[in-house]
Design a protein around this ligand. Structure first.
Ligand code: NOJ
Length: 586
């Protein structure tokens, strides 16, 4: 019996391109499509399988492009549609798939629909695409309920009627310039289906779904409890606008649409939910293909926490036949070098505000980040690499306040500096800013200032040094492609999971996705060791004591030097082949 090849996305390494900070070709200090196009060979050489591009649509940039004014165009500051098409063709020609960002929960206040809604009277079809409600209190001066914006303050803003008098309120779970759509409205559903087809027909391979856990709101919009989101693990909490069961019906319709294409298109969910069990609901076989694993991202660098996260991820994904993903950072979270530079396990470290009072040890942070990427790339499933992680970039924690653009800075009354520190433009070459990010003679400096110390971290500098973090990523990605245990290029030919518990249990914790079977190996306290079949093992030492390699191990790669007596030192990871030496596959 011949078996269908394993779908590419089940073990893909996807590189996240925060386009405004990736590469600037026209010298205005802002990354663009032409810059990305020129750097495609860099990405192909790095050895990733796909790229995900953060929103590139026309946007007033109230929230870094997540306030979309037109879903079928490219922002003029970034390029044109023909340029985007050329980039896509070139990416495909070099073996890279391309995912875009779809923002379905809200639109910009400059979007034609919202402008029309403001001009239209209460109760009109134009307003019914959004969530407009009368206010509370005798004069309607109070918001319709107690929901709060993710960026601080009320989630409601009042608009004026045609006669200038205060009128209804509209809902925005994010900034006031990001008005929530009403997903019970069929016009909204049809419009997003058409938007997806527009990009799929151009050849885009899939979408990352922004705020996938937020589209459905409880009928009647009841008040929310005051517990933050995601709430602490424990009893499931029903929330009036996060992770509601009704969202899944939307994703079933999207999956059917994506599956209509001959080369089926794929989705990855951004869903901040309460537990890995709840996350697995988004990746049931007739819903979204994969979801970001934020549980892993937030796990402190401690053996027990990481092991628990891996086990729960494998178990919950296996139960629905889905492929797990692994991620260490993105454009919303603190860079891993800076996160791991802090004492671990004190509290979840997601934003700058969470860690800024904890003293950093950046050398330790980098050492752990290098070990973490070897761990991540050895696990079953797919992985996401945020641009600059391959250079070991730290968070820029001291950006001057006058350059901060994150809406959270203003909306939190200057208490949260926000996410700009992980969005600083990439240093490509040279010894001074703009480090090759912009061309010589650029008319403007990079839109966020790069630290002078990044001269040691440029692509140019690291490409010449095999011991650099870039060198580590390149070697690890090449090994991952070659080694059959890691889902290497042609996989083992096993078909896609059938969606119903194929695996799910026992010590093996198989991911059920046709990749080298995963099993834990005995390891000293504070270390993790696991095998993938055939003949591969990964050992990660998170303890202070050295760990001895198994006697039948041959070293493939290490995140840092071993000790003189060939032990794996603290905060170091290695990949080895196991078994009789003559049979080692590489
Ligand atoms: C998640 C995005 O990643 C983030 O950058 C954005 O602010 C919110 N969604 C709102 O769209």
């Amino acid at each position: 019996m011949t078996r269908a090849p394993r779908p590419w996305w089940r073990s893909a390494v996807v590189y996240q391109v925060y386009i405004r900070s990736f590469a600037d070709a026209d010298g205005d200090g802002v990354g663009d499509v032409a810059g990305l196009r020129r750097r495609l060979p860099y990405l192909a050489e790095l050895g990733v399988d796909a790229i995900w591009i953060n929103p590139w649509y026309p946007s007033p940039l109230r929230d870094g492009g997540y306030d979309v004014a037109d879903y079928r165009a490219i922002d003029p500051s970034l390029g044109t549609l023909p340029e985007a098409q050329a980039m896509l063709n070139e990416a495909h020609a070099s073996g890279l798939r391309v995912l875009l960002d779809l923002v379905p929960n809200h639109v910009s206040d400059q979007h034609a629909w919202f402008r029309r809604a403001l001009e239209a009277p209460p109760g009109s079809p134009a307003r019914a695409r959004f969530i407009f409600r009368p206010g509370c209190g005798p004069t309607g001066a109070e918001p319709p309920n107690n929901w709060t914006s993710n960026f601080g303050g009320s989630a409601w803003t009042r608009v004026a009627d045609a006669d200038g008098r205060p009128g209804e309120w509209y809902l925005h779970l994010f900034a006031p310039e990001q008005s929530d759509l009403d997903w019970t409205n069929s016009e909204v559903r049809d419009e997003f289906a058409a938007i997806m087809r527009f990009w799929f027909d151009l050849g885009i391979d899939g979408f990352r779904i922004d705020v996938a856990h937020g589209l459905a709101k409880a009928e009647g919009l009841p008040d929310a409890s005051t517990v933050g989101w995601p709430p602490p693990a424990g009893e499931p909490v029903e929330h009036p606008h996060w992770d509601r069961d009704e969202v899944h019906e939307i994703y079933r319709a999207w999956r059917a649409l994506a599956d209509e294409y001959e080369d089926p298109r794929v989705f990855v969910a951004e869903a901040w939910v309460q537990s890995p069990e709840r996350l697995a609901r988004y990746v049931r076989s007739d819903e979204l293909h994969t979801a970001f694993n934020f549980d892993f991202l937030l796990a402190p660098w401690q053996a027990q926490s990481i092991r628990r996260s891996i086990e729960t991820t494998l178990r919950t994904h296996s139960a629905v036949g889905a492929s797990p993903t692994w991620v260490l950072s993105n454009h919303d979270t603190i860079r891993e070098v800076s996160r791991y530079a802090r004492r671990q396990g004190v509290r979840p470290l997601r934003t700058l505000g969470d860690l800024v009072d904890l003293p950093p040890d950046f050398a330790l942070g980098l050492r752990r980040a290098r070990a973490a990427v070897l761990l991540m790339l050895a696990l079953p499933g797919g992985a996401y690499v945020y641009q600059g992680a391959e250079l070991g970039l730290p968070e820029v924690e001291d950006l001057p306040v006058d350059v901060l653009r994150d809406p959270g800075w203003e909306l939190s009354d200057h208490t949260e500096r926000g996410r700009d520190g992980c969005r600083v433009p990439i240093p490509w070459s040279g010894s001074a800013p703009p480090f090759g990010f912009s061309p010589p003679g650029a008319s403007a400096p990079p839109w966020l200032p790069q630290p002078a110390a990044w001269s040691d971290l440029t692509v140019e500098r690291q490409a010449a040094d095999p011991g650099s973090t870039l060198g580590l990523y390149r070697r690890a990605l090449a090994l991952r492609r070659e080694h059959p245990a890691l889902g290497g290029a042609d996989g083992d030919g096993e078909g896609e999971g059938d969606g119903e518990g194929d695996g799910g249990g026992g010590e093996a914790d198989a991911a059920g996705d046709g990749e080298g079977e995963f099993s834990w190996l005995p390891a000293p306290a504070g270390a993790l060791a696991f095998a993938r079949e055939p003949g591969f093992a990964c050992i990660v030492n998170l303890s202070a004591d050295g760990v001895t390699l198994p006697s039948d191990a041959t070293l493939l790669i290490a995140s840092g030097p071993l000790t003189d007596d060939a032990q794996v030192p603290h905060d170091t990871a290695v990949w080895v082949t196991t078994g009789p030496r003559e049979e080692t596959p590489i």
